[in-house]
Design a protein around this ligand. Structure first.
Ligand code: FEO
Length: 169
């Protein structure tokens, strides 16, 4: 495997684990303010991010490439309101999309078609992640300022259940 592609794939394990850590922080924020449904939504989001990390980890192992685990950064977003959290989530997903695109670009440059095929799932997933994050912001704008609306939204997000990723390596 190309050195740069390998480095970027290995780094992505760390970025996905950081994403899990960030969403755990978001979940904790909502738990503290009493919005259990929002807390549930981000707890499941954190689980998905751990799954993403494991997919990169397993892909490198399957390719007989070394995996180097690095220190995970502390979540660094200042969380002062529910809307802040939702917006930080969307901003973060856009960053992750750009990271996936960077790996894809590096793989494309060296005609690493197997890595490109592996990443195809993530390209689609990032589209869904950005849509979900944007939808949450829209719903919060529409219903969040009204107590009853916020209650209903919290109930809706509390109903989210975890499902394993559709990509299996
Ligand atoms: Fe693993 Fe939400 O990107």
């Amino acid at each position: 495997m190309d050195k740069k592609v390998h480095e970027l794939l290995n780094d992505q394990i760390n970025k996905e684990l950081y994403s899990a850590y960030l969403y755990l922080d978001f979940s904790n924020y909502f738990k503290e303010v009493g919005l259990d449904g929002f807390a549930n939504w981000y707890m499941i989001q954190a689980q998905e991010e751990r799954d993403h990390a494991m997919l990169f980890y397993t892909y490198l192992q399957n390719e007989n490439m070394p995996v180097t685990l690095k220190a995970i950064d502390k979540p660094d977003k200042a969380l002062t309101s529910s809307m802040d959290v939702l917006k930080a989530g969307l901003e973060h997903e856009k960053l992750v999309t750009s990271l996936i695109n960077d790996i894809y670009g590096a793989a494309y440059d060296v005609r690493d078609f197997r890595t490109m095929q592996f990443l195809d799932w993530f390209v689609k997933e990032q589209g869904e992640e950005e849509t979900n994050a944007t939808d949450l912001i829209t719903k919060m704008e529409l219903f969040g300022s009204d107590a009853k609306g916020l209650y209903m939204l919290n109930q809706e997000l509390g109903a989210r259940v975890y499902s394993a990723p559709s990509l299996v390596l």
